[in-house]
Design a binder for this molecule. Structure first.
Ligand code: DC
Length: 226
């Protein structure tokens, strides 16, 4: 038996976070949502109207940002805190989704987040989802998964998630946001979203949730017991 790092990367809205969370739960590993960190930075930048073209302003803002995760009262989920405030709900809103790719493309933002992510994973036994986890944050991760899914399927799933929270958004608007984020995330110069040669691709278009979790757990157990 060995402790491993599981890196779960892929396009927006493929079910990475929910899969990673369930896999971590099954293996009794820690789930770390790297996207939530970029979302928290984005929320701070929006609130403080940070000028992202000014590297002085960006650096100053980053010095004032503390992000941590903490278990919810019912222990069911890990929630994101920005300078001590629980921002878990707020960072999922469309306004943050619309700006997060541009802000996460800034070199200084990435350097700071990657440093924190590496520290969080230093003892292994983590499942971290994001865009550059296997390619940049943990290039030596024992298991790398690259998730994909048809854009229509992704948009419909996201629409349902939002509807469950009482938020009504047109499926076309969601699809447009997902595609735009994929474009920016894949084409940025700093740690773009790429499938590494050693990553295993899982297309979730025709898988249900339990199937996609089972697939990743099976692959993880092979590595843990290798
Ligand atoms: O996983 P998510 O959709 O919550 O991520 C939000 C954004 O954060 C995503 O569009 C790009 C950025 N991100 C990133 O650049 N690198 C990561 N490792 C994770 C997320």
């Amino acid at each position: 038996m060995q402790d491993i790092i599981i890196a779960l990367d892929g396009y927006s809205g493929c079910g990475k976070s929910s899969t990673a969370k369930a896999v971590a739960h099954t293996l009794q590993y820690t789930y770390l949502d790297s996207g939530a960190m970029y979302r928290a930075v984005t929320l701070y930048f929006l609130r403080k109207r940070v000028n992202i073209d000014s590297s002085v302003e960006v650096k100053k803002a980053l010095q004032d940002i503390q992000i941590h995760f903490s278990r919810s009262q019912d222990k069911q989920k890990n929630e994101t805190y920005l300078n001590g405030e629980n921002v878990e709900e707020e960072i999922r809103k469309m306004e943050v989704s619309e700006h997060v790719s541009a802000i996460s493309a800034i070199a200084e933002v990435r350097q700071q987040m990657v440093k924190q992510q590496r520290a969080l994973g230093q003892d292994k036994r983590v499942v971290m989802d994001g865009r550059d986890i296997g390619s940049n944050v943990f290039p030596d991760a024992e298991l790398k998964i690259f998730m994909t899914a048809d854009i229509r399927v992704r948009a419909e799933r996201r629409q349902k998630e939002l509807a469950d929270k009482g938020v009504k958004v047109e499926v076309e608007d969601i699809a447009r946001n997902l595609q735009e984020r994929d474009r920016i995330d894949s084409s940025r110069s700093q740690n773009p979203l790429v499938k590494t040669a050693d990553a295993i691709e899982i297309d979730t278009s025709n898988l249900n949730f339990d199937e996609q979790v089972a697939e990743v757990v099976k692959l993880a157990k092979e590595k843990i017991n290798a």
